[in-house]
Design a protein. Structure first.
Length: 138
């Protein structure tokens, strides 16, 4: 797998990947999420490509205080090949190079296997409450 930045021609493959990984929900329009990412920091949207096909993705963000991980995905047919670990290593390196001291991420509480995956990478469950407020309805 080769890791590279997102390109406009990747849209359909990325949307299909996210659907296959159950990352899309009714409250989020994934096309708008991609548009917003490209408007802010497109270099922080990475894809994993294998034999010309997008098989993994990760979006990072950093505002000067904390880094964030979003849309980590590995195609079901390419799991158990360390692609998730490789994508996270690339994301962490990118954030580290920006001077980011700490990374936060959110996982749906019912997704125990994903929690276990992040724990295997050294992430810990913190005693915090995640809160959100919608400013735009997609």
């Amino acid at each position: 797998m080769q890791i590279r930045p997102y390109q406009a021609s990747d849209l359909a493959q990325v949307l299909a990947l996210w659907r296959a990984c159950n990352l899309t929900i009714a409250a989020n329009d994934p096309r708008k999420d991609i548009e917003r990412k490209l408007a802010v920091s497109p270099e922080q949207f990475l894809l994993g490509e294998f034999e010309g096909k997008v098989v993994a993705s990760v979006m990072t963000g950093y505002e000067g205080h904390r880094g964030w991980i979003n849309y980590l995905a590995v195609a079901p047919s390419h799991r158990r090949k360390s692609y998730g670990r490789l994508m996270m290593a690339a994301a962490e390196q990118l954030l580290d190079e920006l001077g980011c001291p700490k990374i936060n991420l959110q996982v749906r509480s019912a997704n125990a296997s994903v929690v276990a995956f992040y724990a295997s990478l050294g992430y810990v469950i913190e005693d915090v409450v995640s809160m959100g407020k919608r400013l735009r309805l997609d």
